[in-house]
Design a binder for this molecule. Structure first.
Ligand code: NAP
Length: 231
């Protein structure tokens, strides 16, 4: 069984890849930087030698359909698709640079929309599968410096909720994931020695657990926040 994960070279995507590989799933991974991506794929392949791991670099803000075609060309119908690739650039609507909305909509929404549309016909034919869409607590409410990022994540949640509704009769589960702050490279030099924010593995464990329920159950939403609340 194959799991397709976008933005898998680091952070939350890498933790999700590791969790599924550890549990015997084969992986198809994507991110932009080929060196980082191959390093992650090789690291996981060495650690989990019995699973099949393939990786290919694409800029999903522009090439989501191409990545989807590459998956199909490998003759693979994903059992699980994790739309995780994303960028966070803080800002305010009133003065953030021109283009910040477009960039984040392209990376955080269009990537998932176009990749999902490319893979869905095969998944619908198989009448089984599970799609996880990584949104954010910034999809649920306004935050200081949320700006265009928050707008793009609200849109991603809208995409995910509509997909859930559409896929009910096709036996494909859709889960919208809303993480609060997670300690990844996007947090730079943040000191998390007091566990103020979550670990990427926390998100990965919840996603894996949600993927293991019986055929009749779908976890529609997962909201995770740091124990001490949002920063
Ligand atoms: P991260 O550490 O910066 O990793 C992002 C991943 O996405 C990388 O593999 C990156 O690789 C890839 N990526 C970025 N732009 C891409 C593009 N155009 N095409 C293909 N791949 C691309 O980020 P993260 O913190 O793990 O975040 C992962 C997801 O969780 C994002 O959707 C983010 O919005 C969401 N999230 C994060 C937090 C948090 O606090 N960390 C909280 C809530 C939600 P390349 O740069 O090589 O492309």
């Amino acid at each position: 069984m194959y799991v397709v994960i976008t933005g898998a070279s680091k952070g939350i995507g890498k933790a999700i890849a590791k969790e599924f590989a550890e549990n015997g799933y084969n992986l198809l991974l994507c991110s932009r930087n080929e060196i980082d991506l191959n390093k992650t794929a090789e690291e996981l392949q060495t650690q989990f030698s019995s699973v099949n791991i393939k990786a290919k670099a694409f800029d999903l803000s522009k090439q989501a359909k191409e990545f989807g075609q590459w998956v199909l060309d490998n003759n693979i119908t994903p059992k699980i698709l994790v739309n995780n690739a994303g960028v966070f650039e803080p800002g305010n609507v009133y003065n953030e640079p021109d283009g910040l909305l477009e960039k984040q909509i392209e990376t955080n929404l269009y990537s998932a929309y176009h990749l999902t549309r490319k893979l869905l016909p095969k998944m619908m034919e198989a009448a089984t599968g599970h799609i996880f869409n990584i949104c954010s607590v910034a999809s649920l409410q306004a935050y200081p410096n949320g700006g265009a990022y928050s707008i793009s994540k609200f849109a991603m949640a809208g995409f995910s909720k509509n997909l859930r509704q559409e896929m009910m009769p096709h036996n494909i589960k859709v889960t919208t994931v809303y993480p609060g702050a997670v300690f990844t490279k996007s947090w730079g030099n943040f000191d998390n020695s007091s566990n103020r924010i979550m670990e990427a593995e926390d998100i990965a464990k919840m996603i894996y657990a949600a993927s293991q329920l019986s055929a009749g159950a779908c976890v529609e939403e997962i909201v995770l926040r740091p124990q001490q609340g949002d920063l």
